[in-house]
Design a protein around this ligand. Structure first.
Ligand code: NAD
Length: 288
């Protein structure tokens, strides 16, 4: 089974490495040629033209930043769509707007190919150790066919519904993570300003009802002011923007999401868009 993998960033690189470790033949592409070379040294097949890349790959996985990047790779000049022949499966693991997933899925379907949207949760550490959570949208039988591949990069793999459902689920995930992060930041700064020790409070509450994976992963980063991403603030803003857009289509307001995105945007305006999203605590630290 030959896999083509496009997008070798923080997440895509370790995911492609895990596919190699599971014995798949993997061809890689990225606009960053250094990332391609690094993967080729680890056993990935050498870069070829887009036409040959598509022809030789039974399955193509995308792990790109946002909807415009996916549209560019699929529909752009020299995009995948120009070269697809029936029977291929495209798995888009990027977190994008569910409406764009549906559009991409439809056009890929018109070429006689199958499409699954399969965004992930878990961040870089789980991408490295192959324990991502993966939420999938698409035909159930196509999901069953690609499940062994997805199990090579994740431990919790769930079929959620039709194309677009994976990204709808991911947006729900990102709303929950954002609001949790804000609550954590708010509480830790409250403790410090009240004369308490935030590290002791974290230790005391992490095993109780307030404890969460967000708390375990992000409180240590907040406490040590370590904002090396991980998950860049700008990507979380992108996800929350997509959530607000998607909510509009069902005539719903997302008041908590609105609040957190405005905090994150104000940090981005200060030049902190490449910081890990745990830097949200700086919004509270800077408050008068
Ligand atoms: P990233 O920016 O580190 O990586 C994206 C990669 O795509 C880069 O290497 C970039 O060069 C490449 N790329 C962009 N346009 C391209 C094109 N036209 N052709 C080929 N390559 C192209 O981003 P990431 O952190 O790896 O995130 C990827 C996706 O996963 C995003 O949608 C993000 O929201 C999602 N995600 C990230 C995390 C995380 O913790 N970083 C966690 C869960 C989900």
């Amino acid at each position: 089974m030959d896999i083509g993998f496009i997008g070798l960033g923080i997440m895509g690189k370790p995911m492609a490495i895990n596919l190699l470790k599971h014995g798949y033949m993997v061809r890689v592409r990225d606009i960053n040629k250094e990332a391609e070379c690094e993967l080729e040294k680890l056993g990935a097949l050498q870069y070829i033209s887009v036409e040959e890349f598509v022809e030789k790959s039974n399955i193509i996985i995308l792990m790109l930043p946002d909807s415009p990047n996916v549209e560019n790779v699929v529909f752009g000049n020299n995009g995948l769509l120009n070269f697809l022949s029936p029977g291929k499966i495209i798995i888009d693991m990027s977190s994008i707007n569910p409406d764009v997933s549906r559009k991409v899925g439809q056009l890929i379907g018109e070429k006689g190919c199958e499409f699954i949207d399969a965004p992930v949760s878990g961040g870089e550490p789980k991408a490295v150790d192959g324990t991502l959570s993966i939420m999938c949208g698409g035909k159930r039988e196509v999901y069953n066919r690609v499940l062994p591949i997805l199990k090579s990069v994740g431990t919790s793999v769930t079929w959620v519904g039709d194309i677009g459902s994976g990204n709808m689920c991911k947006l729900a995930n990102q709303i929950i993570v954002a609001v949790n992060l804000a609550a954590l930041a708010e509480a830790l700064v409250f403790v410090r300003k009240s004369g308490g020790d935030p590290a002791k409070v974290f230790e005391a509450i992490r095993g109780g009802l307030a404890g969460s994976q967000v708390m375990d992963a992000k409180a240590p980063m907040m406490l040590s002011s370590n904002y090396v991403p991980g998950f860049r603030m700008e990507l979380h803003v992108k996800d929350l923007k997509n959530a607000l857009l998607a909510a509009k289509t069902v005539d719903m307001d997302l008041p908590l999401t609105d609040m957190v995105i405005s905090m994150m945007k104000s940090l981005c305006q200060e030049g902190k868009e490449k910081y890990d999203h745990s830097a949200l605590i700086q919004y509270y630290e800077e408050m008068k």
